[in-house]
Design a protein around this ligand. Structure first.
Ligand code: WQD
Length: 384
């Protein structure tokens, strides 16, 4: 996977969440140091008073270290706390930004919360990063920005649209904000360097930003240890965590949202990606930024994080039933509004430019998900 790094320190926002926690682990295994902030709202550890959330304790176990992971129970809308974290950790050299509200259906009912957390919270973070001269970001975007794409598999050049959901709109807006920031930083750097040359002064600052936007397709599964995984707060909206709850008996049956789509079996097709592959994609993106900056290149670029293989809902149910060892109950119900027939990635750009490729199969995702869920029927909450 990735080569050892010179102990650069990365702030992971949302680092106790599903993708965030797996990314923290991948960073540590790649030789980075990490600082984690999370308001714990998306996890069953919400409200815990533990100094170190269970997810981070388990990551320490997997890595085999007793060295504590600096953790801050902070919401990115709380700018003063962000300042405090950067003051306490001047060693932070980049940010992997996973924190945010992410439930598509809920977002339509809570637009102000979604714009406040996802947009204003990210603006807070970017401003504080700028104030502390930290200008490297790997950003958690989403395939939802493609809406109902004209071409499958979907390349990064496919148009991004802001019409699918409030959640999707926050991701589209944030991609534009990051692009504008990177463009403006290049102009600022040129003006600064011209002024320094005019004054005959040395060039000692670099205002330029690097931002890579990772458009997740459908992260599923769990680390093969069975120690960390998705621990959603409340009833899961997404397919595989819901199915996993059915498998452990917490939920009665899965509702399949429509089987009348123009697809191989009538159910929607998605590009499922093992969450460990997704996490490794973040490390690969960070290393791309480091490589490019070593060559004086600063860029803002989007990459698809997907396996490039589309599976239908029924195929996923069959694959997970095989991992569990019995047929899982489901019922066909009407379509869910906002769903599109097919979101399958063309992941060739990430394969080529990030030196990253999804390595784990759908069966791996299902076996690893079942190990996590069967060993932790209520996620982390039974330990919290
Ligand atoms: C997958 C398929 C459903 C639940 C969204 C966001 C994306 C990311 C992942 C945040 C669809 C079907 C689902 C259920 C079902 N979110 N389904 N019954 O909608 O592809 O992507 O979540 O990062 O940004 O857009 O994922 O898992 O909700 O749905 O039939 O109970 O499973 O219709 O076809 P989705 P999903």
């Amino acid at each position: 996977m990735s080569t050892k790094n010179s102990a650069e320190t990365v702030l992971v926002t949302g680092g106790c969440g599903y993708v965030g926690s797996h990314t923290v682990l991948s960073l540590l295994e790649s030789g980075y140091k990490v600082v984690v902030l999370d308001n714990l709202c998306n996890t069953t550890e919400s409200g815990t008073t533990a100094a170190t959330p269970e997810a981070l304790k388990r990551i320490q176990t997997i890595v085999g270290t007793t060295e504590p992971i600096p953790f801050y129970p902070v919401d990115i809308v709380d700018r003063a706390s962000l300042v405090m974290i950067f003051q306490a950790h001047p060693e932070i050299s980049s940010v992997i930004h996973c924190a945010g509200l992410k439930a598509v259906g809920e977002s339509g009912r809570r637009p102000l919360d979604y714009y406040n957390v996802n947009i204003s919270g990210t603006l807070n973070l970017l401003q504080v990063m700028e104030d502390f001269d930290v200008r490297r970001m790997v950003f958690s975007s989403s395939a939802t920005v493609y809406g109902d794409p004209p071409k499958i598999p979907i390349p990064e050049t496919s148009p991004i649209i802001a019409s699918m959901s409030t959640y999707g709109r926050t991701k589209v807006f944030l991609e534009h904000i990051l692009r504008d920031l990177c463009v403006a930083s290049e102009i600022k750097q040129k003006e600064y360097e011209q002024e320094q040359r005019r004054l005959g002064a040395k060039i000692i600052k670099d205002y330029r930003w690097s931002a890579l936007l990772l458009r997740y397709f459908n992260p599923v599964g769990a680390h093969s240890s069975g120690l960390i995984g998705e621990s959603p707060f409340g009833t899961p909206a997404n397919l595989t965590p819901f199915l996993a709850q059915v498998a452990v008996g917490n939920l009665e049956k899965l509702s399949v949202y429509g089987n009348d789509y123009p697809t191989k079996d009538g159910t929607c097709i998605r590009d499922y990606l093992h969450v460990v592959d997704c996490a490794n994609g973040h490390v690969a993106a960070l290393q791309k930024i480091e490589r490019e900056e070593a060559c004086n290149n600063y860029e803002c670029k989007a990459y698809n994080l997907g396996a490039g293989i589309g599976y239908s809902v029924l195929e996923v149910i069959r694959a997970f039933s095989k991992a569990v060892g019995r047929d899982l109950p489901y019922v066909i119900v009407p379509r869910r509004s906002g769903d599109v027939p097919n979101l399958t990635s063309d992941a060739s750009l990430a394969n080529k430019e990030l030196n990253w490729k999804a390595e784990r199969s759908l069966d791996d995702m299902c076996v690893d998900l079942w190990r996590w869920q069967s060993q932790n029927p209520r996620g982390y909450s039974s330990q919290a």
